[in-house]
Design a protein around this ligand. Structure first.
Ligand code: CAA
Length: 420
């Protein structure tokens, strides 16, 4: 879709993403264990929203509508009704239309697109936030919660770690179809953690993987699935993180910018977007992300862009193999060549198509509902030179995002142009 009127991202903010292995995350080996608690869902939502207002200088009273992306607040935090929860962040929101949006791990992308719809329907300034807390239970129990993003009756039993197993199945098919090795795919992990180590907001900012350890199972890198057929195809280093965090962005029309007194040159513009949904539990071909490809093709067609025009991209690397499949679905590599792109360094900070510059879901972290919002914010921050140690040398002019829910069942892609 091409927006019916010009739509601008004004800016936003995010909290650090944290969880196990992050120095501030309180767990049994932390010196403050038993003395301090980790922040909760409301903390992340409020901090990211307040941060977005502060960083953009936008008054809460100027927000016409609000959208909150979250997948499983009821399960992890006993908390639903997050539209009304977000209104607690500022008195100026009282009475305004806010709502929650859910589409599994694409909830954040859908929150942004719901805001885009609202702008096309007559609103002039919107807030899109996303937040998730997942560390209230063990990774194993949390995997059962996340399995609600699959078809529960038909797919839950693939493994107690349902999503890791579903993507191990993709890795198996991908490796066999294209003669790709675990070491080839491990280049994605190594690159993600190198980027994450430069990012103060990254969950894994102090953890790194070298190619050798990320290429095979070991004591530090267990193949942890119970499904014997799929177990050899997934290790801890292939997985995104169980993270807590929040992100929020503010979008406006031209009339909205005028009202806010913000110049278009300080913004980035949404050129086009695509949203596609595949039937739950029905994947025809494990070696490609066909729903994401549909969303990407709509985005390219409606923006008149080609993959070669894109300077920076944020893709949904929920597992290392997913990044390979994502860069293929977005047209940056041919089928089976996605791993090679990372191996050749093309997706690194100084490569021809930098992918997930802040570490992606693998190293930046994956607080599910926040991820799609964070992707948009990361493109904004790269385009405005705000990325510190992982800032690209050439300020990007065109950027894309690809956020995915479930096993490629909900896909949201957006293309942005830098202004100014
Ligand atoms: N040797 C053997 N086995 C070991 C081990 C070792 N040294 N260390 C751990 N394990 C095994 C154990 O079986 C352990 O389970 P239990 O403790 O319950 O017995 C299991 O591995 C997990 O270990 P931990 O709980 O210690 O691991 P962790 O907390 O470090 O988590 C992880 C690691 C399981 C990989 C976790 O990070 C994870 O689940 N990541 C994926 C998160 C995920 O799936 N997110 C959703 C992505 S899908 C998406 O984005 C789309 C959507 O819509 C859902």
């Amino acid at each position: 879709m091409k927006p019916r009127k010009r739509i601008f991202v004004v800016g936003g903010d995010l909290t650090p993403f944290i969880g196990k292995m992050h120095p501030d995350f309180i767990w049994k080996k932390h010196p403050d264990f038993g003395k301090k608690e980790n922040p909760g869902l409301e903390d992340y939502l409020t901090r990211s929203i307040r941060g977005a207002l502060d960083k953009t200088g936008v008054d809460a009273a100027d927000i016409d509508r609000g959208f909150v992306g979250n997948f499983a607040g009821q399960l992890f935090s006993h908390q639903g009704h997050l539209g009304a929860m977000a209104v607690r962040a500022d008195e100026g929101f009282e009475g305004k239309p806010f709502m929650r949006v859910e589409g599994a791990c694409a909830s954040g992308g859908l929150a942004v697109l719901s805001g885009v719809d609202a702008l096309q329907a007559g609103s002039d300034v919107i807030l899109a936030a996303g937040a998730e807390v997942q560390t209230t239970v063990s990774a194993r129990e949390g995997a059962g919660y996340l399995a609600r993003a699959a078809h529960w009756e038909e797919e839950r039993d693939i493994d107690e770690f349902t999503f890791p197993a579903m993507f191990a199945r993709r890795a198996k098919h991908y490796k066999e179809a294209f003669d790709v090795s675990d070491e080839d795919i491990a280049h994605v992990t190594v690159k993600a953690f190198e980027n994450g180590n430069k990012n103060p907001n990254a969950h894994m900012r102090e953890v790194s993987w070298d190619l050798e350890s990320a290429s095979k199972p070991g004591k530090k890198n267990p193949a942890f699935l119970g499904n014997e057929e799929l177990k050899p195809h997934l290790k801890v280093s292939d997985c995104s993180q169980v993270s807590d965090g929040g992100a929020a962005v503010i979008l406006a029309t031209e009339a909205g910018l005028k009202r806010l007194g913000i110049a278009a040159e300080d913004c980035i513009e949404l050129l086009a977007y695509g949203q596609a949904t595949g039937a739950l539990g029905r994947v025809d071909d494990y070696t490609e992300l066909s729903t994401t490809r549909q969303a990407a093709e709509q985005t390219y067609a409606d923006s008149d862009l080609a993959p070669t025009d894109v300077d920076v991209v944020e893709v949904h690397d929920c597992f290392a193999v997913t990044e390979c499949l994502m860069v293929e679905a977005l047209g940056f590599a041919d089928a089976g060549e996605g791993a090679n792109l990372a191996k050749q360094g093309a997706t690194g900070l100084d490569g021809s198509i930098p992918v997930n510059t802040g570490g992606g879901l693998l190293a930046f972290g994956h607080p599910v509902g926040a991820t799609g919002v964070k992707q948009v914010l990361e493109i904004f921050r790269q385009m405005k030179g705000q990325c510190g140690d992982y800032q690209l040398e050439n300020i990007p002019q065109v950027g894309m995002t690809a956020n995915m829910g479930g096993d490629d069942r909900t896909a949201v892609c957006m293309a942005f142009q830098n202004l100014g």
